[in-house]
Design a protein around this ligand. Structure first.
Ligand SMILES: Nc1ncnc2c1ncn2[C@@H]1O[C@H](COP(=O)(O)OP(=O)(O)OP(=O)(O)O)[C@@H](O)[C@H]1O
Length: 618
């Protein structure tokens, strides 16, 4: 993975030096780690010492090094090191410390009669000052190759039997993880590592718990701050709405299985990945009649059991505990049908096609089938958005915020005009292609700025409908309907803020995009452009004073939630051309001069169906 920060001459921790915040890569708003030199010794919190070996992997924000206990020669551990301010490593560390103790894993294995479980654990953690900058590190056991390597080597497919064995192993890990109250939310081939050594080749390990979060047990409450988190290809429909659920983990696994079997996901074929909302819509459509969609994808029609799994996942309630045995049964049955034992080394070699070998997968990328699947997908799925996101606010340490990763330079955005000609692709191009991750800060982090206030307003909170997807959350049911989202969805549907951050194969973490106000009169616009702007988009505009228009309209006002806008829009038969303005703070009055001025400008903004203006004070 390319790095934006030049590795400096490495240095070990130097406590004498005062730690400075980690440097941010030019043009980026997040910090990259300092390079650790081989031979550097890190001391963990329990005073254990770890000798750094060669770098063996680079994640979105950190680097992974082989490591050995000081004085030992065996580099059988790894150190993952990131700037102290990076949220995901903080999340990952706490997840491990609380929930993945070796005793807990052992107990789970005993209960379930498992010889092995693909659940990593933490060996140590600590902080170190490297080149004057404070870093956090965790030490974990060292695993082998990640399976994305085999997937790529095999022309984007894995042997079918191996796919089902991996599915079984990942379901075990999910079951363990879910039993701790957490979901993983980012399963993908790059996050699945084989065990080390000869014995390790039979077991895969799920790594990267940087997106781990408590799953919801109550109301389904979309969270704009977390929307679309994950790796866009596999992000679950719930994660597109910012809600961590157990069924979401199962859905993510399902999308991966489809891909591992050699079939391109429809939203990949259709090149929708740069626009999370479109991916979300495509998934909703796909899942609505997943049986038919899979049938269209797998033309050889041998995926009956995968279909059963996906149908089951589609029917799960958001707060329902999955029946892991039932799921595992489908994959074990598939293995039995193929006469492949669920033991021994995982086989990653694709053998030439014959009736009784390991290659039951269809040939690699199949655009035709994926397109057919998309066409076969029924209209919109109806999903009910309804509970409460359990917060991590009980973290003993304040979680650092993940810096916005793929955000364009704030200055141009601050001055951006509200214009329907904004190209999300262009914005996307402005962003770095190197980052793997852009992440919502873990709970307990500083409060989001104005960006999310509207959606998080009491009003929005009061109704899951209102809080749901900014474009069409008038009703949870209509939310899933592209028609309800937008009267002319075909013409354009984009989410500038979020499209900044979608990146093929990379973990994406929604974050606070609000730049700091430059002037003391900053307006926050939540608006729908043309059709379906599915994000709380902040556009700071230098507003020209209009004759007769006052800066601060007075009277009662409220936040016009995305859902209320879309409700208003959806009531219209034709696209709305009137600009609606509502002031947020107490002095605002609908119908004020400002609102009037905006309304009068509607004729000049035919592509802006609704605009909410909110002024906030510094
Ligand atoms: N315990 C481990 N043993 C061996 N290699 C590892 C281990 N953990 C991670 N790696 C390697 O480092 C890579 C990146 O690790 P990881 O996914 O944890 O980093 P990340 O910064 O969280 O990445 P991402 O940006 O994808 O979220 C992995 O794909 C893997 O190749």
């Amino acid at each position: 993975m390319p790095r934006a920060v030049k590795p400096k001459t490495a240095a070990g921790p130097s406590p004498a030096k005062k730690a400075a915040p980690a440097k941010k890569a030019k043009g980026k708003l997040y910090a990259m780690p300092e390079k650790l030199k081989e031979g550097t010794v890190l001391q963990d919190l329990a005073k254990g010492k770890w000798c750094i070996g060669p770098s063996i992997g680079i994640g979105g924000f950190g680097e992974i090094y082989a490591a050995a206990r000081a004085g030992e020669k065996n580099y059988d551990a790894v150190v993952k090191c990131e700037p102290h301010g990076n949220g995901p490593l903080f999340v990952e560390m706490h997840f491990y410390l609380r929930n993945a103790k070796q005793d807990d894993i052992k107990q789970f294995k005993q209960q379930r009669g498992l010889k092995t479980l693909g659940m990593p654990y933490i060996l140590a953690s600590g902080s170190a000052v490297v080149n004057g900058q404070k870093h956090r590190f965790i030490v974990m056991p060292r695993y082998g190759s990640d399976i994305s390597k085999f997937f790529k080597e095999n022309d984007k497919r894995l042997p079918e039997g191996t796919v089902y064995r991996l599915a079984l192993q990942m379901l075990d890990v999910y079951q363990f993880m879910h039993s701790t109250g957490y979901v993983h939310a980012d399963l993908k081939a790059a996050n699945i590592l084989l065990g080390q050594g000869k014995a390790g080749a039979a077991q895969a390990y799920l790594v990267d718990f940087g997106l781990a979060s408590h799953f919801v047990t109550g109301e389904f409450k979309p969270d704009p701050k977390k929307m679309h988190n994950g790796t866009i290809e596999y992000t679950s429909r719930d994660a597109h709405l910012g809600v961590p659920t157990r069924r979401a983990d199962l859905e993510i696994l399902g999308y991966n299985i489809i891909e591992w079997l050699g079939v391109e996901l429809p939203w990949v074929t259709q090149k929708l990945l740069a626009v999370p909302l479109k991916v979300q819509n495509a998934k909703e459509a796909f899942i609505e009649d997943v049986g038919a969609a899979l049938k269209a994808l797998f033309s050889n029609g041998c995926r009956f059991l995968l279909g059963e799994y996906m149908k089951y996942v589609a029917k799960l309630k958001h707060n329902e505990e999955p029946d892991y045995d039932k799921c595992r049964n489908w994959f074990s049955t598939a293995l039995k049908q193929m006469k492949i034992p669920n033991t021994g080394d995982l086989d990653f070699k694709i053998k030439p096609q014959s009736s009784s070998n390991n290659n039951h997968s269809p040939p690699g990328t199949s655009k035709a089938t994926a397109t057919a699947a998309a066409a076969a997908a029924p209209k919109r799925a109806k999903r009910v958005a309804s509970p409460d996101i359990i917060s991590d606010s009980d973290e003993e340490e304040e979680a650092p915020r993940r810096k916005p990763q793929a955000k364009a330079s704030p200055a141009p955005r601050r001055n951006a005009k509200v214009t329907p000609t904004i190209s999300p692709r262009k914005r996307y191009a402005e962003t770095s292609p190197t980052q793997k991750r852009v992440k919502t800060e873990p709970n307990g982090t500083p409060k989001p700025r104005a960006t999310h206030r509207a959606a998080a307003s009491p009003r929005a909170r009061a109704s899951p409908r209102a809080a749901a997807s900014p474009t069409a959350r008038a009703s949870p049911r209509s939310a899933a309907s592209p028609k309800a989202r937008t009267p002319n969805a075909a013409s354009a549907s984009f989410s500038p803020a979020l499209s900044l951050r979608a990146k093929h194969g990379k973990t994406v973490v929604n974050d606070d995009l609000t730049p700091k106000p430059r002037s003391n009169k900053t307006y926050e616009f939540n608006f729908e452009l043309d059709v379906s702007m599915d994000a709380n988009v902040i556009v700071n505009v230098k507003r020209k004073k209009k004759a007769g228009a006052k800066d601060q309209p007075t009277g009662e006002g409220d936040v016009k939630t995305p859902s209320s806008r879309s409700l208003a829009s959806s009531k219209e038969d034709t696209p709305v051309t009137r600009v609606n303005l509502r002031k947020v703070n107490a002095e605002g009055v609908p119908g004020s001069p400002l609102a009037a001025a905006a309304s009068s400008s509607s004729s000049r903004s035919p592509r802006t169906p609704a605009v909410t203006v909110r002024k906030y004070r510094r």
